[in-house]
Design a protein around this ligand. Sequence first.
Ligand SMILES: Nc1ncnc2c1ncn2[C@@H]1O[C@H](COP(=O)(O)OP(=O)(O)OP(=O)(O)O)[C@@H](O)[C@H]1O
Length: 612
Amino acid sequence: MAKRTPKSLKDGGKKTNLKSSFNALTYIPRFFKEIWNVNKKLFLLSAFCRLIGALLPVIILWVGKLIIDEIIHQISLDATDYTQLWTYVAIEFGLVILSDLMNRAISLTDGLLGDEYNIATSVTIIKKTNQINISLLEDSEFYDKLERARTQTTGRVGLMSNVLGQAQSAVSIVTLIAGLVYFEPYLILLLILSIIPSFINEVRFSQQEYSLARSWTAERRQLDYLRFIGANDKTAKEIKLFGLTDFIVDRFKNLSEEYYELNRTLAVKRSALGFLFNLLGSLSYYGAYVFIIYRVLSGAISIGELTFLSGSFNRLMKNLQEFFSRFTRISESALYLKDYFDFTDISVASKTEEDMPLPKSIKEGFEFKNVYFSYPGSDHEILKDINFTLKAGEKLAFVGQNGAGKTTLTKLLLRFYEPTSGDILLDGININRFNKAEYQAFFGVIFQDFFRYEFTIKENIAIGDINELDNQTKIENAAELSLADSVVNELKLGYNQQLGKRFANGQDLSGGQWQKVALARAYMKNAEVMILDEPTSALDAKAESDVFTRFIGLTEGKTSIIISHRFSTVRQADRILVLEDGKVLELGTHEELMRNDNLYAHLFSLQAEGYQ
Ligand SMILES: Nc1ncnc2c1ncn2[C@@H]1O[C@H](COP(=O)(O)OP(=O)(O)OP(=O)(O)O)[C@@H](O)[C@H]1O
């Protein structure tokens, strides 16, 4: 990990300001359009309940006023007919029940809508990630964006409740203000004066908190990573043996404590100032209270009106405080919304892509012409002036020392990256001109770092052609050809055995067993071109020879590339391409290269000696 420059509150990365907070609010209509599309009925139900919920407080306060006035009226009359009074009480009771019902309905609909929206955005993120170029996926800035889009899901759901709650508060505030204005218009001024300072305080701090959180995205990813390697079954062996716990804990603590300190400073300041400004609110409330009491004592208003006014004033003040603090929460979450939409808006169109139809079968083959390549963001040339052909139906092996560029060459062929200069042709046509998804479907590939999916073994094999998941015969056939059937036979639940240790009843496999499973994927797909990157490295000598004989059968008549460090495997290819330091050093049959007496012959003899 590179040495980090400590951040302070002042240099919190990209600064956000009031303008950016307000700008972020422009994403809210788009956000609600997405929620609306998720479940229209539920959305309307939630809005309806909130509208009723918004009108109830002022009505309940008003009925309270009627009850008190009626009691005083009855006492002064010495009367015994309380029908009117009990009717009011019954109405208030009904309204309180209705209010409770509405609140519950609101939290229910919000929860359900939030869950549904959550599912929808997770699906969007998975699909979008899949459409994005591999080169972008390896970019750390992109990863930060992805992380923000992924981890802020709960924030987005909260945002929905907050915005809807805000609309509800706005209706309540208008009705309460109408009541106050009717009796005592001046109280409104007092109210606004007491609220504004705390609003400004909230806005200021929420921006600083967002700025801080955003500027620490990369460090949070590091913290996640340390948490992952520090408490994980895959790393546990090495961590114990190398005694890495303290090293990881120290690194984790140093990083997280710095973040904690900055956060704490902000939180303490926010709370202290928040308390002072709220004190101002309480003072104004009691000022208003005293004022209304004077008005009652002077006979200007009734006791019922006193309760209505003080109740309305109190509620209004709380509602306004909540309205403003919620406003800052909304603008804060809206900034995260921007991160999400920035991610979903990443353009996936390739400049060069056309939609040429792919040939049904390969006639001539592939040709690399003067290909140079550096990974994005680096000047280091990994491939230099590469020229060779892969003829239709030919089995070509790539050989070379670690880091020579073998895997990179296949990544270019698969269009995960584009050459920095030079062309790759298929039957004389630049591969960029074909539809990318169709072009990539042409290939059956087993990568060196193939993924061990913690699914069942059957699913792990079917991944080679997931449409055939229910085709048990095909899966068994593939397992037999790749020798994965011997692995299946040892599993308690056979093909339905869960693999890996993450889930209940899962069973892990050895490296070689996993490789057989991965190889079975190649047999699932009857691809036009096969690429196997180190397909047998973890297999024992007997299995390697068996697998390879079968693989030769699988690729019979097919264009294929095999990357291997085992010369017993390599020599069976039709031709061998030897890479050294990103350049083609030799190309020819095994016999030709042996006669050449260059790097290939040298490495071959070295390995042969090792077997003697
Ligand atoms: N995503 C990447 N970004 C930047 N550099 C990379 C990336 N992947 C590989 N490299 C670099 O490119 C060079 C070639 O790597 P490549 O994986 O093609 O080698 P290889 O010949 O397949 O090696 P091995 O035999 O070890 O698998 C290496 O120096 C490696 O560090």
